[in-house]
Ligand binder design. Structure first.
Ligand SMILES: NC(=O)c1ccc[n+]([C@@H]2O[C@H](COP(=O)([O-])OP(=O)(O)OC[C@H]3O[C@@H](n4cnc5c(N)ncnc54)[C@H](O)[C@@H]3O)[C@@H](O)[C@H]2O)c1
Ligand SMILES: O=C(O)C(=O)C[C@@H](O)[C@H](O)[C@H](O)COP(=O)(O)O
Ligand SMILES: [Zn+2]
Length: 372
C-alpha cells in the first residue's frame, strides 16, 4: 500500500483496496451516514461490493422522513453528456429526499465524470459536506480523483461551473482496471503521457516502452501500480504547490485548451483523453512554432499517443476556426487573451517564474491548426 497526503486528502493506493472502503470511510468519518453515487455502468460492476463493505463496517445509510431506510446507492446514466447541472440537481434532490444532512459523507464510485459531479454535489450540499473518491477508471485514478477540481459542463463549454473541494480520502484499487474497456484505458493513458511530458521524461519513456503490457490483455498488479503511483506522485507534487491554479498547476492543463475546445465543438462525441491527445500535439506544435520548445517535441508526443491508440489530428469535419472560437471560454483566459500552458522539452514546461501561462494570438493558433 502507498499513502500520500494532499491538502487534507489521504490518497491510498493498493490492489484489492475496494474491500476496505467501508472500514476506511468509517475510520475517517465515524458516526456519519453514507451515500454512494455511481453511474449505471459502474454500479453494475461495483455498487454491491462497495455497499456491502459500508454495511459491514457499521456505516448508517440515509432515512426518509417516515423513517424508511433510504437506498445506499444512487445512480445516474453513464457518460460525459450527463456531467451537467441537470444531473447535479437530480442527485442533490434525491439525497435530500433520502434524509442526508450535514452529518453525511458521499462516496463517488466511478470514473472522472462521477468524481467531478459528486464532488460538486458535495461541495454545494448544505454548503458543503465531506466526500470520498473511489475512482474506477484510469483517468480518475491518476488524475480526476486527485486535487479537488469538481464541476460540470454547460452549453457554453467544459467544466465551466464548479468548485475546489478536496476529498477526505482517495482510495485507489488498481485491480478495478480489469473491467475497464480498452477504449477507456487509453483515455487514462493520455493523461499519464501528459504527466510524462510536463514533469518526467523518464516516465514518458517508461510508458512508451510499456504500452503492450498496459494495453494487451489484463494489466498485472506491478505494471498497474507503477503507472498509477508515478502519475499520482506527479499530480500531487504539482497540486501541493498551487491548489487553486494561480501558477504551476496550470501545467496540468497542457493539451486541455485545444482538447476542451474539441470536446465542446463535437458535443462531447470525442472522449476526454482522445481530445487531450490531439490537444497535446497541437499545443506542442504551437510551442515549437513560437520558438519555446525543442524542435521535434510534437512528433515525439504524437508517436507515443499514436502507439497508444490515441488520435493526434483534428477529427474530420471539425474546422480550425470553430476550435479557435471555442477556446475563448477557457478558464486560463486573461484580459480576453487565451493563455496556454506550453512545454519546452520532454519533462519541462515553459513559463516558470512567469506563471506558466503564455498568451498566444488567435491568428497563431488558427495557422497552427490549419497545418496540423
Ligand atoms: N477533476 C479533474 O482534475 C479531472 C482530471 C481529468 C479528467 N477529468 C474529467 O474526467 C472525465 C473523464 O473521466 P473518465 O474517462 O473516467 O470518464 P467516465 O467517468 O465517463 O468513465 C468512462 C466510462 O468508463 C466506465 N467505467 C469506469 N470505470 C469502469 C470500470 N472499472 N469498469 C467498467 N467500466 C468502467 C464508465 O461507466 C463510463 O462509461 C471528464 O469529464 C474530464 O473532464 C477531471
Ligand atoms: O487538475 C488539474 O488542474 C487539471 O487541469 C487536470 C486535467 O486533466 C483535468 O481535465 C481538469 O478537469 C481540467 O480542468 P479545467 O480547469 O481546465 O476545467
Ligand atoms: Zn484532463
Amino acid at each position: 500500500m502507498t499513502t500520500l497526503a494532499l491538502h487534507g486528502s489521504s490518497i491510498e493506493i493498493a490492489p484489492g483496496a475496494l474491500a476496505s472502503l467501508g472500514q476506511r470511510v468509517a475510520a475517517l468519518h465515524p458516526g456519519r451516514r453514507v451515500a454512494i453515487v455511481a453511474d449505471a455502468q459502474v454500479a453494475q460492476h461495483y455498487a454491491a461490493k462497495a455497499l456491502a463493505s459500508m454495511v459491514a463496517s457499521g456505516m448508517a445509510l440515509g432515512s426518509t422522513v417516515g423513517g424508511t431506510v433510504a437506498p445506499g446507492v444512487f445512480t445516474f446514466p453513464a457518460g460525459e453528456q450527463h456531467k451537467t447541472r441537470d444531473t447535479w440537481a437530480k442527485l442533490t434532490d434525491q439525497l435530500i429526499a433520502a434524509g442526508h444532512r450535514r452529518d453525511s459523507v458521499f462516496v463517488a464510485l466511478g470514473g472522472g465524470v462521477t468524481g467531478d459531479l459528486v464532488g460538486f454535489v458535495a461541495a454545494t450540499y448544505l454548503r458543503g459536506v465531506p466526500f470520498v473518491q473511489m475512482p474506477t477508471s484510469l483517468t480518475a485514478m491518476i488524475d480526476a480523483a486527485i486535487g479537488g477540481k469538481t464541476g460540470v459542463d454547460t452549453t457554453a463549454g467544459k467544466n465551466l461551473v464548479g468548485a475546489f473541494h478536496q476529498p477526505s480520502l482517495v482510495l485507489i484499487d488498481p485491480r478495478l482496471l480489469r473491467t475497464l474497456p480498452p477504449l477507456q484505458l487509453r483515455q487514462g493513458l493520455a493523461e499519464a503521457i501528459k504527466h510524462g511530458v510536463i514533469v518526467d521524461a523518464s516516465y514518458f519513456a517508461w510508458i512508451a516502452a510499456s504500452l503492450r503490457d498496459i494495453l494487451d490483455g489484463e494489466i498485472d498488479d506491478a505494471t498497474a501500480m507503477r503507472l498509477v503511483q508515478r502519475s499520482v506522485e506527479i499530480k500531487v507534487g504539482v497540486v501541493a504547490q498551487d491548489e487553486r491554479e494561480g501558477d504551476i498547476r496550470k501545467i496540468l492543463n497542457f493539451g486541455h485548451t485545444i482538447g476542451h475546445a474539441i470536446e465542446h465543438v463535437t458535443g462531447y462525441g470525442i472522449p476526454h483523453g482522445d481530445a487531450v491527445a490531439i490537444g497535446m500535439v497541437a499545443e506542442a506544435t504551437l510551442a515549437e512554432r513560437l520558438g519555446l520548445a525543442t524542435p521535434g517535441l510534437a512528433d515525439t508526443i504524437a508517436t507515443v499517443c499514436d502507439a497508444a491508440g490515441l488520435p493526434v489530428r483534428l477529427p474530420e469535419g471539425v474546422a480550425p476556426a470553430e476550435i479557435v472560437v471555442a477556446t475563448r471560454s477557457d478558464k486560463k483566459t486573461r484580459g480576453g487573451v487565451v493563455e496556454y500552458a506550453l512545454p519546452s522539452a520532454l519533462g519541462a514546461m515553459a513559463g516558470a517564474g512567469s506563471g506558466y501561462g503564455t498568451a498566444v494570438p488567435e491568428a497563431a493558433v488558427l495557422e497552427m491548426l490549419q497545418h496540423l
